[in-house]
Design a binder for this molecule. Sequence first.
Ligand code: SR1
Ligand code: MG
Length: 423
Amino acid sequence: MTGKLPFEALSVDTLAARLGANEALCSHIGKDTSRWKVREVGDGNLNLVFIVEGANGAAVVKQALPYVRLVGDSWPLPLKRSFFEYHALTRQEARAPGSVPAIHHFDESQALIIMEYLSPHIILRRALIEGRQLPNIARDIGLFMARTLFRGSDLHMATKDRKADLALFADNVELCDITENLVFSDPYFDAKMNRHTSPQLDSIVAELRADRDLKVEAQRLKHIFAANAETLLHGDLHSGSIMVTATETRMIDPEFAFYGPIAFDVGMLLANFWMAFFSQRGHEQNGKRDTMRAYLLDVTVDTWSVFRTEFSHLWRTERTGMLYQKSLFEDQGDRLGAEQALDHMLHQVWTDMLGFAGVEVHRRILGLAHNADFETIADEDLRATCETKALKFGRHIAVNRRQIHSIDEVNTLAALIEQENRI
Ligand code: SR1
Ligand code: MG
């Protein structure tokens, strides 16, 4: 395919004819298209995703559609998100090598990326719903976040390069707009596309929407999200954007990438572990999930700890950008000054991270885009019980984030709410 043809969505039936001459694809899976097997496996909210198997291997072909797949063509969405995804993947690979799928080919006009087929990886969210404990996720995701978020910022990059990237990703307007509305505003009023488990949640939903402190906090967080262009974010780092095996972890789908606050990726990710925690009660048909619950809380502790430790390490060894220059601190014999500034920064990330986590929990239960952790609980009363606990937890950490000082404190609260002893 040349890059000049007008956009046309691929299908299982047309893919081999359309991409049969693509050198990158052929070199990875074999050029005999009569032996290609194509499956469409996309179950996300936005795009088409195909797995193409040939005589010599397999690859993934991901193509953006000119609308939101979840809603249909009544909600147009530009193809350029594929461009941002491609550029985010190349930066993530450079900053955290081995953490994302390898890119084989990018075609801007067809909005498609051909990339490594990760096998036998499955989506992390699915693994957590099934009650599987992955030993390395906290380490792998904690490192990924620290490395990409530190190395994409003015703490590390040459200011000219960072400003060029800031300008490049600033055009990802429509995907930012989705987050700005779906995460920070829609859950807190009766927005058109919202839905929730009804009638079970009706009263708590009304309570949350009437909660002035919560609404103000959500808008303060939206303000930080929109105004604090600190680093290149993944932008949609939830457990559905991570693929795992027992030992390997890869981050996928950074089409929401843009320059925003460090705390956003961290908060969204931890929120998804806390939602997995609160949903376990709904997945206990084959036995109690007590050890899974304990595992999930341990994962939040370890992820935060790995993130903090690696971020601190990079602060001490790779602080080459224009912020908190070594010339002001270490080079003046003031190592403690640099440590003080680091503490300050990590404290800010901690506080904002809790807020972002709180609103992420809310939007997955009250907004348009729900998650399978709760959605796959068929018994609606049981689902609503799990969701109610998560909503209370989310409200508490968002509104009280400045008074919460440790992740153990957060997890003690989560455990008490889960046991219905608190709030
Ligand atoms: C209309 S898109 C809904 C959600 O799907 C994506 O994965 C993002 O999380 C977005 O908010
Ligand atoms: Mg996605």
